[in-house]
Design a protein around this ligand. Sequence first.
Ligand code: ZN
Length: 315
Amino acid sequence: MAEPLFLNSQMHEKIWGGTQLRDVFGYEIPSDKTGEYWAISAHPNGVSRVANGRFQGLGLDRLYREQKDLFGNPDSPVFPLLTKILDANDWLSVQVHPDDRYALEHEGELGKTECWYVLEAEEGAEIIYGHEAQSKEELAQMIEAGDWEHLLTRVPVKAGDFFYVPSGTMHAIGKGILILETQQSSDTTYRVYDFDRKDDQGNLRELHLQKSIDVLNIGKTAHSTPAKLVVENLASTLLVSNEFFTVYKWQILGRESFARVAPYLLCSVVGGQGLLEVEGQVYKLKKGDHFILPYDVAHWAFEGELEMIVSHPHS
Ligand code: ZN
């Protein structure tokens, strides 16, 4: 019987975390410094488990390895994507991620291209998105001198904004921002600057300046231009499509039937409530639910008032 795979996933505490994952989504959180919910993950640092049906309790990593047909017999040996919700109660470190080539060589895992859908943002909230250096030499000099004021590009954000963050992009999520991130399944971050913050033990977090300079891109960040399509009871916005993933925002108002658009889909309900119907079975959906529609779910319907971020990989 074809069925969706609802997931239970892990919280991660961070020095910059807060309580929004509880306050906005109703999740149980371990402390008032909870930064990340790894909502759809097969990464060894935080594996999601199936919450329903015949695979209940199984880790997504194992399911992906052992039930390849559920994922359309993909080429990728590891589940390639990771969906997170991040609560930035304070600035995250200014950072950069390597591409696949550099990451495989230096870290033994995938690189990280990511993208952000802004769920909520405080008045005046900002991110760092790109930098002003015109060459590697200038970049290295400005990092060496700690001239963050002139180096880092700040961009104001509001709820509903979307940012594409390819590997090699200087970036930081700012204070007061709640985002849903879709990324390659990787946990490699090179920290460029951490605002000279200390953790509970009074230690500075490690920086990775040489690796950062190695992988940082020079030149402006490639923007993605979301494209919106409205059919019947669905407004579908294509947020980005690249060699790693395609990400949509789907807004459902009423009932809409779907046929498979990719071997499998990662779905996150970020607003509203409603129903998912698969082979006559009805599943309730509410804000904060995350599920995979596997390959054998060839047709389904959504009903209600739902806002979802939906993605699929390209491997
Ligand atoms: Zn990042």
